[in-house]
Write a protein that binds this ligand. Structure first.
Ligand SMILES: *Cc1c(COP(=O)(O)O)cnc(C)c1O
Length: 445
C-alpha cells in the first residue's frame, strides 16, 4: 500500500479499520475512508523527540509572548500534524485550570479529586481546543464555508473560530433543544444558525451529506483534526500534575470525540516516554442517552453490533446523542486503559453538578456526569478512596443557566416517562426579603 506522508511533518491520515488501514495525505479533504467508510486517525512519526527536551521546551514556552506559545494547544505543537510555519487560527485556547475540589471529593468518597476545567476555554467548552486545529486546517485547504451539527457548544466554538478566520459558517442545531446561552454565542459570532426539526443525530446526518460539496468543510469530531487539537489536553493535564499519572481520568461521553482524544493523547505520551503508564479512562453517559454504555456492557469486541438510541433523552443537552460517531475510537481508548463505561441518572447528575458549584467551580450538566460517575465507581469499589482521580469538566456553568435556576427552585423535571420533579439535595433558593437592614439581618441569622 502506498504511504502518503506529508513531506514537512511526515504525518498522514489512516483508516482505523484493522482490515483496511488505507492511508491518505494530510491535505486530502475527506472525513471517512473512501474505500470502507471507516473513521480516520492522524499518525505522525515520533523520531527525534526526547522526553526531557519536550518537557523543558513546553514549559519554557509558557513565558513566551508568541501567539502559538500563548495557546495551550499550540504550545504542544510537536504533537500536532502541522508544519512549523503554519498560520494558526487561535483564541488562546487551552491553559485551563486544574482545581482541587474538597467538597466534590468528600461527596464522591475520595481524598484526592481534581477538576480539569475545560469550560474555562474562550467560548466556555473544550470544543475550542479542537476547533483551533480544525479551522486552521480549513484555511489550509482553502475552504469557503465551515459547517457543523451541534447540541450547542460545537457551534458556539466553530462560530467564534470561523469569525477569527474570516470564513463563512453555518451551524445545524436541533430546534428548541439548545440552551439559549449557547445559541446567543453563535448568533453574536455571526454564524448562520439553521434550526432543524430533528435531534442532533438528524443534524449530523444532514451535515455529512452537505460536506460532500467541495467548498464546504465539516468540523464535527468525525474530523480527525479536531481530535488532534483536543488530545493536547492530555499533555497539559500531565504537565500540571508534574508528569505523575493519576489512577483515573473520568470524562462525559456524547459523540465520544473527547474520550477518543484523551485516549489518543495519553497513548502518545506513553509512546514518547513522557508517562510510564496510562490512567484508567472512564466514560460516563446519561441513562437516557447511553448507547456506548450499553455496547460496552454487552459486547466484548469491535465486531459486535453497535445499537444507536433512537430517541436519546437527557437534560444534559451536550450529551444528548444517540448515534455517537466516534464510538470505535473511544472503545479502543477505554479498553486499552482498562477503563469502564457507565451511566448516571438525571438526579445524580443534578446533585453532582450542585456539588461542583459548592467548590466554587461550577460546570454545565453534562460535565457533572463525571463526579456522579466517580461517586458510583467509589461506592462499587472500582476506585479506592485513596486513589488519585481527575474529573474533566467539559463546559462552563453559565452555558445552561435555565437548568441551574430550575434545580435550585425545585422545578427540574426528570426526562423519564413520568417526568417527576427531581428532588435536589443541595437546593439554594433565592429569598425574598424587605429592603431594610433589620429584616435582612434576621434572615441571615
Ligand atoms: C461536546 C460536549 C460533551 C460531549 O463530548 P463528546 O466529544 O461529544 O463526547 C460533553 N460536555 C460538554 C459540555 C460538551 O460541550
Amino acid at each position: 500500500m502506498s504511504e502518503t506522508r506529508e513531506p514537512s511533518t511526515g504525518a498522514l491520515q489512516r483508516c482505523i479499520e484493522p482490515r483496511c488501514g488505507k492511508t491518505y495525505g494530510l491535505n486530502e479533504r475527506l472525513y471517512v475512508c473512501r474505500s470502507c467508510g471507516g473513521l480516520l486517525s492522524i499518525e505522525q512519526p515520533r523520531e527525534g523527540l526526547a522526553k526531557e527536551d519536550l518537557r523543558t521546551l513546553w514549559r519554557q514556552r509558557r513565558a513566551s509572548l508568541d501567539e502559538r506559545d500563548r495557546s495551550g494547544v499550540w504550545r504542544f505543537r510537536e504533537l500536532l500534524p502541522f508544519s512549523s510555519d503554519v498560520s494558526i487560527v487561535t483564541l488562546t485556547e487551552g491553559n485551563t485550570p486544574l482545581y482541587d475540589a474538597p467538597r466534590a471529593a468528600a461527596y464522591s468518597g475520595l481524598a484526592w479529586l481534581k477538576l480539569k476545567h475545560q469550560g474555562c476555554n474562550p467560548t466556555g467548552s473544550f470544543k475550542d481546543t479542537g476547533m483551533t486545529t480544525a479551522v486552521t486546517q480549513a484555511r489550509i485547504l482553502g475552504a469557503r464555508v465551515v459547517v457543523c451539527a451541534s447540541t450547542g457548544n460545537t457551534s458556539a466554538s466553530l462560530a467564534a473560530y470561523a469569525a477569527r478566520a474570516n470564513l463563512d459558517c453555518a451551524i445545524l442545531v436541533p430546534e428548541g433543544q439548545v440552551s439559549s446561552a449557547k445559541l446567543a454565542q453563535s448568533l453574536d459570532y455571526g454564524a448562520k444558525v439553521l434550526e432543524i426539526d430533528g435531534n442532533f443525530d438528524a443534524a449530523m446526518r444532514v451535515v455529512r451529506e452537505l460536506a460532500e460539496d467541495e467548498s464546504i468543510y465539516l468540523v464535527n469530531s468525525i474530523n480527525p483534526f479536531r481530535i488532534e487539537g483536543q488530545k493536547t489536553v492530555a499533555a497539559e493535564l500531565l504537565e500540571q500534575l508534574e508528569w505523575q499519572v493519576p489512577e483515573h481520568v473520568v470524562v462525559p461521553g456524547g459523540n465520544l470525540g473527547n474520550s477518543s482524544a484523551f485516549g489518543k493523547g495519553f497513548s502518545e505520551l506513553l509512546k514518547l516516554g513522557l508517562i510510564d503508564r496510562l490512567p484508567r479512562l472512564h466514560v460516563i453517559q446519561a441513562e437516557g442517552a447511553a448507547p456506548f454504555a450499553r455496547f460496552f456492557k454487552e459486547q466484548h469486541d469491535l465486531s459486535g453490533e453497535f445499537e444507536n438510541v433512537e430517541h436519546p433523552r437527557t437534560l444534559a443537552s451536550a450529551i444528548k446523542i444517540g448515534a455517537p460517531v466516534s464510538w470505535q475510537k473511544a472503545w479502543a481508548a477505554v479498553r486499552e486503559s482498562d477503563g469502564l463505561v457507565l451511566t448516571v441518572s438525571e438526579a445524580e447528575i443534578a446533585d453532582a453538578k450542585a456539588m461542583v458549584g459548592r467548590d466554587g467551580v461550577g460546570c454545565e450538566p453534562a460535565s457533572a456526569t463525571t463526579v456522579a460517575g466517580i461517586k458510583k465507581l467509589v461506592a462499587a469499589g472500582v476506585i479506592s478512596p485513596e486513589e488519585k482521580v481527575v474529573a474533566v469538566l467539559t463546559g462552563h456553568l453559565l452555558k445552561d443557566p435555565d437548568y441551574v435556576s430550575k434545580y435550585h427552585s425545585g422545578q427540574l423535571r426528570d426526562v423519564g416517562e413520568d417526568g417527576g420533579l427531581i428532588e435536589g439535595h443541595f437546593k439554594n433558593r433565592p429569598i425574598r426579603v424587605k429592603a431594610d437592614a433589620v429584616s435582612i439581618l434576621r434572615t441571615l441569622e
